[in-house]
Write a protein that binds this ligand. Structure first.
Ligand SMILES: Cc1cc2nc3c(=O)[nH]c(=O)nc-3n(C[C@H](O)[C@H](O)[C@H](O)COP(=O)(O)O)c2cc1C
Length: 339
């Protein structure tokens, strides 16, 4: 892997410089990637608070919106006034549903629509959606056109480089989506679907794509830290970077990349941030559901700190929000946590 350097070489703009996606101004080149069951309004808002230029939503079912599913409409389309610009990611394989879903997302306040063409999960792929679209380019083009038609907004895609090792169908489809369906940006994850989220992304292929298309190519994959993100930005020659797992429990990565903060956060700061997330989750889901939902968030925050295993286990296993808050406060203040 190439050596990490703080600044991009040549004439690649600094990550703090603005850019545009289909005429929508993005204040810098550091984005939150779509994360299923995670990237709701408050996780996106958190990324923005720490400096992200744009946050993309978790994937939202186009059918859920098309058929007016209440939970999809109310919870997944909830947008906070302070998170603009925001991109709503849709998935599905029906142009008709995609058109009406994109219209509904635009009415809910989306500034951009993104279409998921990268999800490798069998449950999604077997419906023909996600990465499966790489094997049906005409349908993929129709979906992008339908989303543009329905929303009147710039449409981007998030796409894999291929399905199997050696396959470049995602590269070829990306070019066609831009040239034939007017897609305004490509979030490129240069790992094939079969790799899932493992293995070294092919930044050289991403560079080739960026040089081929005349819209932003946003790099995704392997951006586990600020240093890794800078390295990927430089190696791929991308327009911008999209942080995914590297932001879980560590929104400070956005601050680091946008030049705001470089020191590791204190124990108090990490636990205060977790407490902020817990407040928002309760506001969003109510006490009972939030208590269960948050259990996957705790390890991400505790990973930043040295917390005894017994304490960690107690927090991660409690479904009760009240008890979780006590433990979080005790960890914050360095007090005993387990009776
Ligand atoms: C838990 C999880 C959920 C994800 N959900 C989505 C999603 O809803 N839509 C999408 O396009 N990509 C999704 N991805 C892929 C990420 O956006 C990103 O491309 C991938 O994690 C590679 O980046 P990383 O190696 O820096 O984590 C998900 C990844 C993870 C780990």
């Amino acid at each position: 892997m190439a050596e990490v350097s703080a600044k991009p070489t040549g004439d690649q703009p600094a990550l703090t410089e603005p850019f545009e996606i289909g005429g929508v101004e993005i204040s810098n080149r550091v984005l939150l990637a779509p994360l299923a069951s995670i990237g709701n309004w408050f996780v996106r808002l958190q990324a923005k608070r720490f400096g992200a230029g744009l946050a993309v939503s978790e994937m939202v079912s186009s059918f859920g919106l098309h058929y007016g599913n209440e939970k999809t409409m109310k919870e997944l389309l909830r947008i906070h006034p302070d998170e603009h610009p925001v991109s709503i990611q849709l998935f599905g394989q029906s142009p008709e549903a995609m058109e009406s879903a994109a219209r509904i997302a635009a009415q809910a306040g989306a500034d951009l629509i993104d279409i998921n063409m990268g999800c490798p999960v069998p449950k999604v792929r077997k419906t023909g959606a996600g990465a499966q679209l790489l094997s049906d380019p005409e349908l993929a083009l129709d979906l992008a056109r339908a989303a543009r038609e329905g929303s009147g907004l710039p449409v981007t895609v998030k796409i894999r480089s291929g399905l199997m090792p050696g396959d470049r169908s995602g590269f070829d489809l990306s070019v066609r989506l831009v040239e034939e369906a007017g897609v305004a940006g490509v979030g490129f994850h240069p790992r094939v679907a079969k790799q899932g989220h493992k293995g070294q992304p092919d930044y050289a292929m991403a560079r080739e794509l960026g040089e081929t298309i005349d819209v932003p190519m946003i790099i995704s994959g392997g951006l586990s830290s600020a240093a890794a993100a800078r390295n990927a930005y430089e190696q791929s020659g991308a327009t911008a970077v999209m942080i995914a797992r590297g932001s879980l429990g560590y929104p400070w990565v956005f601050a680091e990349l946008t030049g705001q903060e470089v020191v590791p956060p204190s124990r108090e700061a990490v636990m205060d941030e977790l407490a902020w997330v817990m407040e928002r989750a309760e506001e969003h889901l109510g006490e009972e559901r939030a208590g269960r939902y948050l259990r996957k968030f705790y390890p991400w925050y505790l990973d930043q700190l040295d917390v005894p295993k017994i304490v960690r286990n107690e927090l991660c296993q409690t479904a009760g929000l009240r008890r979780a808050r006590e433990i979080v406060a005790e960890i914050r203040n360095g007090e005993p946590v387990v009776a």
